[in-house]
Design a protein around this ligand. Structure first.
Ligand code: TEU
Ligand code: CA
Length: 543
């Protein structure tokens, strides 16, 4: 397979609202990001995925767009955006824009028009249906609780919204809609961006009348058509958010012939600490063997065709140390082990802001301290259904999206150096201990661990291109694998838990072995009989 720049790149996701506030209004902004580019350069990343910065009434913090070619007032102006592009360009960093094209805001001019009358030229930009028996057209539900259909008095029809009712779904069957989106994409491509992250891309081929929400029959036609009219011959990074993809579908999305995308995000590894089939709020202990199986499957099935994205965190996910690590007793060890485990895999790694300094989940007592619409809708629905405040909060503490969205912790000053004003969402009270300044001052910090992982990936091509082979598949505590390229072998061995465990490398040999990175100072080189301490995670190189 021809080598692509995005295969050897490291992506850093910024949630602009929470990254850095430059003007004291409590909301992160583009100038704030610009002021921190040198910090990102120091970490060593190549690409920034910028969560949406377009005009938006912020019902879902920018994932409800009212103008795709202008910047949200709170974040700055188009001039600031152009400055961000040129300043990051100077540092060799590309910018991915977050294309939310499955739906718009209800305040987008297209929807304002669409809503006016049944014969408005924009009516078919969205999905309108007559009532059935004086009620909703069918049982489709919104991802943010309740029905996916909202009644509109004016014309006596329902419109479809798979997210909040302020996020009406676009009708991709309408060619005019598809063309509008290509125009938007070309507008941004012309500004010199590095590519797109595409929000809930798997949903654009929906057929609501047949209850088909994802992977509709025309999905890949739409993507190939979009590819031809926009980024197809531009060498950009494109990554689609595709929760329901199987490896087979992913090979299609990331087909090496370049007809669709670079890669997708799939989330199978994020669904293993919930009661199967019951959704994210029904908590269950992590199915560790399940996690290994899922990782093994995706690594293996996309090894020679297609490409994986690698991530633990994003703006919708809990913090990984709180989730799969041991925040209380082995904070450093588990944080570093999880990073090593992920960054040794084959694919393009994504780091979510704050992950590189070991930020953790947050626990606010009052629901009023939460902002996220998914959390608030779920809370209200569950209270109405008789759940107690306490049990709902347990779910929110474990899985709520605001865990990822508390402001970035820059230093130990008030509000963690994020803002001189009052932050839009409270900062995690642990900011005095966990912050950028502390990380940069300690050569043993989580930050320097991530930085080193990035350097190692640059140095050893086996990590980017090598084959993957899982070892110790059935073990209940150890996550271990090999990466092989020509004569070079990388071996990653991780103890996922706090008990000491013994690892015996099946092919221990007399070849020379060295440690590329470990979360303990004195990790052993004796792979034939290795005692792994709590959360010990080591990456070896054998030549
Ligand atoms: O997320 C898609 C999505 O399915 C999420 O709502 C997901 O179910 C939930 O967050 C899991 O916790 C994308 C964006 O990443 C998310 O931030 C947006 O709210 C959503 O689309 C709507 O645009
Ligand atoms: Ca601001």
């Amino acid at each position: 397979m021809e080598k692509k720049w995005w295969q050897s790149s490291i992506v850093y996701q910024i949630y602009p609202r929470s990254f850095m506030d430059s003007n004291g209004d409590g909301i992160g902004d583009l100038q704030g990001i610009i002021s921190k580019l040198d910090y990102l350069k120091e970490l060593g990343i190549d690409v920034i995925w910028l969560s949406p910065v377009f005009k938006s009434p912020n019902d879902d913090n920018g994932y409800d767009i009212s103008d795709y070619t202008d910047i949200m007032d709170e974040f700055g102006t188009m001039k600031d955006m152009e400055e961000l592009l040129s300043e990051s360009g100077k540092r060799g960093i590309k910018i991915l824009m977050d294309l939310v094209a499955n739906h718009t805001s209800d305040e987008h001019p297209w929807f304002i028009e669409s809503r006016k009358s049944k014969d408005n030229p924009y009516r078919d930009y969205y999905i309108w249906r007559d009532p059935v028996d004086d009620s909703v057209p069918n049982d489709l539900g919104s991802n943010f609780s309740g029905s996916a259909w909202e009644y509109d008095e004016l014309t006596g029809q329902y419109y479809l919204h798979f997210f909040s009712k302020k996020q009406p779904d676009l009708n991709w069957e309408n060619e005019k809609v598809r063309k509008e989106i290509w125009d938007v994409m070309n507008f941004w491509i012309d500004k010199g961006i590095g590519g797109f992250r595409m929000d809930v891309l798997e949903m654009i081929g929906k057929i609501p009348d047949e209850m088909i929400t994802v992977n509709g029959p025309k999905l890949h036609d739409y993507i190939r058509e979009m590819n031809r009219h926009t980024f197809g011959n531009k060498d950009l990074l494109t990554v689609g958010e595709c929760w329901s993809a199987t490896p087979e579908i992913a090979r299609q999305y990331s087909n090496p012939d370049g007809s669709e995308l670079s890669m997708i995000f799939q989330f199978e590894h994020c669904l293993l600490d919930e009661v199967p089939g019951k959704g994210k709020w029904e908590l269950a202990p992590l199915d560790f063997i399940g996690l290994k199986k899922v990782m093994n499957k995706w690594q293996t099935e996309l090894m020679n065709e297609g490409w994986n994205s690698l991530f633990w965190c994003n703006h919708d996910m809990p913090r990984i140390i709180s989730r799969f690590g041991n925040e209380k007793e082995y904070y450093m060890e588990s944080g570093k082990m999880l990073a090593t485990l992920l960054h040794g895999l084959k694919g393009t790694p994504y780091i979510y802001q704050g992950e590189e300094i070991g930020m953790t989940n947050v626990k606010f007592e009052s629901i009023e301290d939460y902002n996220d619409i998914e959390i608030r809708n779920m809370y209200n629905e569950r209270i109405a259904n008789g759940y107690s405040h306490e049990e709902i909060m347990e779910s929110i503490y474990a899985k709520g999206r605001d865990n990822a969205r508390t402001p970035m912790q820059w230093d130990d000053s008030e509000n963690g150096g994020f803002t001189a004003g009052r932050p839009w969402l409270k900062i995690n009270p642990n900011y005095k201990r966990i912050n950028v300044v502390n990380n940069l001052a300690d050569s043993n910090s989580i930050f320097y661990h991530y930085k080193k992982l990035i350097e190692i990936r640059r140095e050893y091509t086996a990590i980017v291109y090598g084959d993957f082979k899982m070892i110790y598949e059935e073990d209940d505590n150890i996550f271990a694998y090999e990466r092989n390229l020509n004569e070079e072998k990388i071996i990653v061995v991780c103890n996922f838990y706090e008990k000491d465990v013994i690892f015996k490398y099946p092919g221990a040999s007399d070849k020379s072995l060295n440690i590329l990175i470990s979360n303990y100072k004195d990790s052993s080189l004796d792979l034939s009989n290795l005692t792994l301490r709590p959360y010990e995670g080591i990456m070896y190189r054998m030549v």
